[in-house]
Every structure is written in structure tokens, then in C-alpha cells.
Design a protein around this ligand. Structure first.
Ligand SMILES: *[C@@H]1O[C@H](CO)[C@@H](O)[C@H](O)[C@H]1NC(C)=O
Ligand SMILES: *[C@@H]1O[C@H](CO)[C@@H](O)[C@H](O)[C@H]1NC(C)=O
Ligand SMILES: *[C@@H]1O[C@H](CO)[C@@H](O)[C@H](O)[C@H]1NC(C)=O
Ligand SMILES: *[C@@H]1O[C@H](CO)[C@@H](O)[C@H](O)[C@H]1NC(C)=O
Length: 727
């Protein structure tokens, strides 16, 4: 008897120090699995180890929201949540994410729309009945709604929360978790209703609501309650072979496909589940997670006792963790939520108003890369009557892509090469610049609609007076390039024989080819010898040499021309310039009006043809280095419809007032060319329903892909690091 007392005394003393971990569960089934885990820990670990860090108790809550509240209030410690709820727990409740679920293909999930009726079409879901895994869940809510908004199949008035527009869009829904915030979205749910909060499961995020989570949403579809279920691709694994034929996926292009095609037929990807706790409990939880994974994970030493990622014997799926989890990755301290969940995802949640709508939502933030663009953008903002326009400064097109991803700006016009990069970074087209002769819309339609986009030409230009310069004879000379990654200044020239002595067949990296062939030059945005001819900028546009924007006076089509003629003192000049043909003539004339260099006319220049000939500027159609696909305005997917409306309103307002001082597609009054948009633009063509790959054309696309496969680029590296970019 005294011995037992001693042991009890010992345990109670030791356990004042050792923390007990309290797991929050949302159903009886989950409570049973949790209790089994607690028992198994006691069974397999020596008592001292259990006492030190593996004591587990299970706290029953009525929903995941209840769990978040309990953890916040120090009445529970730990729970696994969908990424959408992880975000709310971190942002609104100051909790921290300590671990992430990893599945066989990584830590991300694809959102899919599952139907039983193969005549359904993602483009006409309005009026149908919908089943969702949970409110604000990644695959069941945010990704599909982001998709529907980006295609403009669903419109959101912004004056009210998105949930209200959703309940008007679908005939009826079951969105577990919506009971308190949008009861209209609960009509199809089947959970037990009770006035006693703890016993009410109707439309709650609890397994006691039969239509809760991925399995519940599929149940909602199968039972005939709903016409479409939004779930993630992991849920498809549990569909029995015999049932596979009865279910179809709705694809973005309006077709449908068998369940196994989820990789090509989905509504987007986002992060999977994560484990959260209070900040000051995170170390205990990390140790606990590591321990249970070592013991009971997929390769756990004691998995014959208990399997962490298997819920079969408890009568439900996905208890404590997703059953498809391969392993848990413990997160280091002080990682930002956007590093855990991904920039794209966090920007999507902000776009959907997860943190409540704000004034910011109605503002369009345009990315401007130079002082001149900023001035033009500010004039634009004053000349329109639509959503307010704010002009935000970036330092280069690459920087704008980065900032759009980070939700610091919303849109920018990108040249063809940068459109490729932006597409790889998850941005999508809104409109494409149209360089045709006229912009008269076809009869019966309000805007120009086309999928044939006139291109511009990339050319090489030399001074008429430099007689012995031609393609093939450029070795050791000084070069001028519009800018790094520009189609005409960077991508096209290297594909031609620049110099017979310097074999360009040796390298597929344009930077390396230029470095070998030219003595020095100005390629704004690059480094080394190819910056030596650059000038930098002064005054309000002050910048160091070689910056990748119009502040560098040798940047762009106008800049490459300035570089060719040299600065007013006659120094710092190039012998060949690689640029776009479209506004060459006007740019030559404006050299003097901009106070740069006097007296130059078109006849002072000649084109260098790919075959070594020289020709007059007017002969560009037969003497060029290749076609350059048009610029495209790109944005985050969730904003596409809004940016489109904004641009079309701008175009209409400005078009209806031809006397307006401000012209969207002119730049010479600011002393530059191609500010914000190419000066050759006649109008915008709607392209948000198109893939950027289609806009660029297959030949150009694979050329750019090849080149980026053998040159290092910070921006693609940055984008490839985002959490779900590998999917
Ligand atoms: C939507 O509901 C209305 C009335 O409840 C019904 O008439 C209509 O057929 C439903 N639409 C679909 C597509 O189920
Ligand atoms: C899950 O557990 C059940 C019963 O304990 C077992 O039959 C099944 O094989 C397990 N599943 C996996 C994938 O290990
Ligand atoms: C250049 O290419 C030719 C064949 O196209 C080859 O014979 C020659 O060795 C190459 N020169 C260099 C410097 O690589
Ligand atoms: C470029 O690299 C990617 C990934 O390594 C590969 O999938 C693709 O086929 C490559 N493209 C070309 C044109 O070589």
C-alpha cells in the first residue's frame, strides 16, 4: 500500500512538469480513435517516457470551430484542420501551425467537381444543388469558388459577403460550418438538429453531420441530395471500383472525365491539412507529433498496435488525420503562414474575403515599373470613372509578377516572354493587346472577339553609316537590347548566327551567347559586360546603370534606339540594336523632340537581315528576326473578372471621349515608348477564357520553354518554390 502511494506521489510530482496533450475531437468516432491512441502510447512506451511527453487526453468538441475556440481558451491543445481553417486559426485566433500532412504526391490537394449526371457542365452550374466538404475549405470552397469567379460563371457584388451570392447561385447546398454565418447554405444538410448547442450537429463541421467533409460531400451526392460535390482528389481514392463508372468529374473546358483524370480535370490546387496549437505549447506538440509518428506512422515501429492514418476500425474516414496521409512534416519555428500555405493560396483567400471585405477590395492596383509609367498611370487614374485605380511602383516586369503573387499589386501588361513566366507562376490572362489595323467589333457584339492575334516583329538595326556591320559579323561589337527576357531584345537574336567566329550552337543560354559574342553592351536587367554601355537615369528617374525599367535610359524599344545613337555627348553608343519594329519610325522622330539627339531620320538606319543582307527600315516584313506574340495583361485568377470589367470600362470611357488629353496607348508625351502598354495597341481583346499557352502559340511557347530550361532565372525559381507549384 505504501509502495503504491509512493508511485502515485511520484507520478503526480513528475506530471506537474510534464505537459499533457489534449486532442480536440469532433465526433464519437474520432473520440474513440483518440482514446485508442492514448491507450496505445501507454502500452508501448515505458511509463517514464509516457509521463514525460506522451500523455494524451481527448477533448470532445461539437465542431472544428469549437476546437479552435477551445484551443485558444486553453481547454484543448491540438487539432488537425483543413488549410482554409488553419489560415483562420492563425490569422484570427493567433494560433500556430506546427505540422503539415503530406500525401503520396506532396502536401497539396486538387479540387474536383464530382457529378452523377454526365450531362452537367461546369459552365452552367447555376441553379443546381451543391455539396461542399466544409465552409472555407480548400477543395470544397475556396478553389471552386475562385475558379467560378475567375471565369465569371459566378458574379460577386462585393457589397455583401460571398456566401450570399453563393446561396443565390446554387438552388440549395450543404456547406458544413455555415450554420452560424450563412444558414441559407445549409438546406441540404442532414445532421441532427437540437436547441442544445452541444447536441446540435446540423450543418456543423463534425462527423455527426452525415454530409461533413470530403466523404460527407460524396455521400450528399450519392444520396441524391445534391447534383455536384466539391471535394479533393484524395477523396476519390476511397470510391469503390464498382462505383467508379457512375461518377464523373467536371472539367474547366466544359467537358467531363472519369475520376482517374483528376490531374488534368480539376479546378485548381491548394495546400492540404495542418496541425495547429497555441504558440506557447508548440514545442510540446512538436515532440508529441514526432513521437506518435515514429511509433504509429506509415513506417512506425509499433504500427501493429495502432495506425495513425487508418480510421477503418472506428467506423468513419479521416479521423484525427486524413487517411491518405503519408507522413507529417513538422514545421520550424517562425515560418509565416504564407510559407506554410503558399502565396497563391493566401492571395486567393484574401481575394475571397476570408478576413472580411475591406475598402481595398474595390481598388485596382496597377504595377508601374518606372517614373514615366507612374506618371502615365496617375493620368489614367484621373481620367476614368470606374473602380479607383492605384498606381504601385515595382522595379521590373519580373518584380511585378512577384508582387502580384504576393497580393501587393493586382495587374500588369507583360511581353510574351514575361507572360510565359507569369503563366508558370500561376497568373492568368485577362485581356491581350490587339495590334490589328482596326478594332471594330463584329456585328452584334460589343467588343472585338478573336483568337488570332497580330504579332509584332523583332528586328536588328544598325546605323546606315556603319557599313560593315551585318548579321554574322557582330563578334566583338557593342550591342543594345531592349531588356532582359524581352522577346525582341533577348529571345530572338541568339537564335540567329550573330558571329561566324563565335559559334552560338554551343549554348542554348542567350545570356551566355551574348556574353561570348559581344565585347560589351546594354541589356537592362543583366550583369557584367552587358551592362557597361548602359547609362542609368537622373533626376526624378534616378537609377543606377542597367536597371530593368524605363528609368534606365537605354531600356525598351526607345532605349535600345537611344543606345544605338549614343548619348548627347556622342559617347556610350552601340553598333547594333535588337528591338521591336512597331513604333521604330515614331521613336526615331521623337529622339529630337525628347531632347536626346538631333536630326536623325529613318534613312539614317538600316535593318540587318538574318541572311546577312541589309535593308531599309520599310522592308521589315522580309527582313526581321522573328515574330513576337502580343503583350497580355495578367493577374491572379480570382481577380480576372474584376480586372476585365475595369479595363473594358476604361477603354469605353476613354474611347467615348476622343478629345480626352489622356490616351491609354500613347507614351511619347512622357518622353518614352510603350509605357504600361505597347504603343501599337488598338484595343484589348478578352482572353481570360484562354490558356496563356494558346495565346503565345505552340512554337513560341516551346521556344521559350527550351530557353528557360537552360538559363537561370530568379523569378521562375521564386515561383517554383511556392507550396503547390509542383502540382
Ligand atoms: C431550382 O429550384 C426551383 C424551385 O425550387 C425549381 O423549380 C428548379 O427546377 C430547380 N432547378 C434545378 C436545376 O434543380
Ligand atoms: C486499416 O486497418 C484495418 C483494420 O485494422 C486493416 O484491415 C487495413 O488493412 C488497414 N489499412 C491499411 C491501409 O493499412
Ligand atoms: C563552329 O561550327 C563549325 C560547324 O558548324 C565547327 O566546325 C567549328 O569547329 C565551330 N567552331 C567553334 C569555335 O566551336
Ligand atoms: C523543360 O524542362 C521541363 C522540366 O524539367 C520538362 O518537363 C520540359 O519537357 C522541358 N522542355 C523542353 C522544351 O525541353
Amino acid at each position: 500500500m505504501r509502495g503504491l502511494c509512493k508511485i502515485l506521489l511520484f507520478i503526480s510530482v513528475c506530471c506537474i512538469r510534464a505537459k499533457k496533450t489534449r486532442w480536440c475531437t469532433v465526433s464519437d468516432a474520432e473520440q474513440r480513435k483518440c482514446a485508442e491512441l492514448a491507450k496505445s502510447l501507454v502500452a508501448v512506451l515505458p511509463p517514464a517516457a509516457v509521463a514525460a511527453f506522451a500523455r494524451l487526453s481527448c477533448v470532445r468538441a461539437s465542431s472544428t470551430t469549437d476546437c479552435i475556440n477551445k484551443i485558444k481558451a486553453n481547454r484543448a491543445d491540438i487539432v488537425t484542420l483543413d488549410a482554409g481553417e488553419v489560415y483562420s486559426a492563425v490569422k484570427q485566433f493567433d494560433l500556430v501551425a506546427v505540422a503539415k500532412e503530406m500525401y503520396s504526391e506532396g502536401g497539396c490537394v486538387l479540387s474536383v467537381a464530382v457529378v452523377t449526371d454526365s450531362s452537367m457542365d461546369i459552365r452552367s452550374l447555376q441553379g443546381h444543388r451543391s455539396c461542399h466538404s466544409g465552409l472555407r475549405w480548400t477543395a470544397g470552397w475556396s478553389l471552386p469558388l475562385g475558379f467560378l469567379l475567375s471565369r465569371n460563371y459566378l458574379s460577386w457584388s462585393k457589397e455583401r459577403p460571398l456566401s450570399q451570392d453563393i446561396s443565390a447561385f446554387f438552388n440549395a447546398s450543404c456547406v458544413p460550418g455555415a450554420a452560424a454565418v450563412a444558414p441559407d447554405l445549409c438546406a441540404l444538410c442532414r445532421g441532427h438538429k437540437s436547441f442544445i448547442r452541444k447536441k446540435n450537429y446540423f450543418c456543423e463541421t463534425s462527423h455527426s453531420e452525415p454530409f461533413y467533409n470530403n466523404q460527407g460531400a460524396l455521400r450528399c451526392l450519392r444520396s441524391g441530395a445534391g447534383d455536384v460535390a466539391f471535394v479533393d482528389h484524395l477523396a476519390l481514392e476511397s470510391v469503390e471500383a464498382s462505383e467508379q463508372d457512375q461518377l464523373r468529374l467536371l472539367c474547366p473546358d466544359g467537358t467531363n472525365a472519369p475520376l482517374s483524370h483528376y490531374r488534368s480535370c480539376n479546378l485548381g490546387c491548394g495546400p492540404g491539412g495542418g496541425v495547429i496549437t497555441r504558440y506557447n505549447f508548440r514545442k510540446v506538440v512538436r515532440k508529441f507529433i514526432t513521437t506518435i509518428q515514429l511509433l504509429f506512422g506509415r513506417n512506425g515501429k509499433r504500427r501493429q498496435h495502432f495506425q495513425l492514418f487508418n480510421s477503418t476500425s472506428f467506423g468513419e474516414n479521416d479521423l484525427l488525420f486524413r487517411d491518405m496521409t503519408d507522413k507529417l512534416v513538422v514545421l520550424p519555428d517562425d515560418v509565416d503562414v504564407s510559407q506554410v500555405l503558399g502565396l497563391d493560396y493566401v492571395a486567393l483567400l484574401k481575394g475571397l474575403g476570408h478576413e472580411g471585405s475591406s475598402l481595398e477590395d474595390s481598388v485596382v492596383r496597377w504595377c508601374c515599373i518606372s517614373h514615366a509609367e507612374q506618371k502615365k498611370c496617375e493620368q489614367w487614374a484621373l481620367s476614368i470613372k470606374s473602380d479607383p485605380l492605384v498606381c504601385v511602383r515595382g522595379v521590373s516586369m519580373r518584380d511585378c509578377i512577384k508582387r502580384i503573387k504576393k497580393d501587393e499589386v493586382d495587374a500588369v501588361s507583360l511581353d510574351a516572354t514575361h507572360s510565359y513566366v507569369a503563366g508558370k507562376c500561376g497568373l492568368i490572362p485577362v485581356v491581350t493587346e490587339y495590334y490589328g489595323r482596326t478594332c471594330a467589333p463584329a456585328e452584334g457584339s460589343a467588343h472585338v472577339e478573336t483568337d488570332v492575334f497580330p504579332s509584332v516583329a523583332g528586328v536588328a538595326v544598325a546605323k546606315h553609316s556603319s557599313r560593315n556591320i551585318f548579321m554574322g559579323n557582330l563578334g566583338g561589337r557593342r550591342s543594345c537590347h531592349s531588356h532582359l527576357y524581352s522577346p525582341a531584345g533577348w529571345l530572338l537574336p541568339y537564335t540567329h548566327t550573330l558571329s561566324l567566329e563565335h559559334n552560338n550552337s554551343a549554348s542554348c543560354d542567350p545570356n551566355q551567347v551574348f556574353d561570348e559574342v559581344f565585347w560589351k553592351g546594354c541589356l537592362p536587367g543583366s550583369q557584367g559586360n552587358l551592362c557597361k554601355v548602359c547609362m542609368g537615369g537622373t533626376g526624378e528617374a534616378a537609377t543606377k546603370r542597367c536597371s530593368d525599367n524605363h528609368n534606365e535610359r537605354y531600356y525598351g524599344n526607345m532605349g535600345a534606339l537611344r543606345c544605338l545613337v549614343g548619348d548627347p555627348s556622342g559617347k556610350s553608343y552601340g553598333e547594333v540594336a535588337f528591338l521591336e519594329q512597331h513604333s521604330l519610325h515614331t521613336n526615331i522622330l521623337s529622339l529630337s523632340s525628347s531632347g536626346w539627339a538631333e536630326g536623325w531620320t529613318s534613312s539614317d538606319f538600316e535593318l540587318l537581315c538574318a541572311d546577312g543582307r541589309r535593308a531599309a527600315l520599310s522592308e521589315w516584313e522580309s527582313c526581321n528576326l522573328g515574330a513576337v506574340p502580343p503583350n497580355t495583361i495578367m493577374t491572379r485568377p480570382v481577380l480576372a473578372a474584376r480586372i476585365y470589367n475595369f479595363l473594358i470600362k476604361s477603354q469605353e470611357t476613354l474611347g467615348a471621349n476622343p478629345n480626352s488629353e489622356f490616351k491609354l496607348f500613347e507614351s511619347h508625351q512622357y518622353g518614352e515608348s510603350d509605357l504600361l502598354f505597347k504603343d501599337a495597341t488598338r484595343c484589348f481583346v478578352h482572353t481570360s477564357h484562354m490558356e496563356y499557352r494558346t495565346i503565345l502559340g505552340e512554337a513560341f511557347y516551346s521556344h521559350v520553354e527550351n530557353v528557360f530550361n537552360c538559363t537561370h532565372s530568379d523569378i521562375l525559381e521564386f515561383c517554383n518554390k511556392d507550396v503547390c507549384s509542383a502540382f
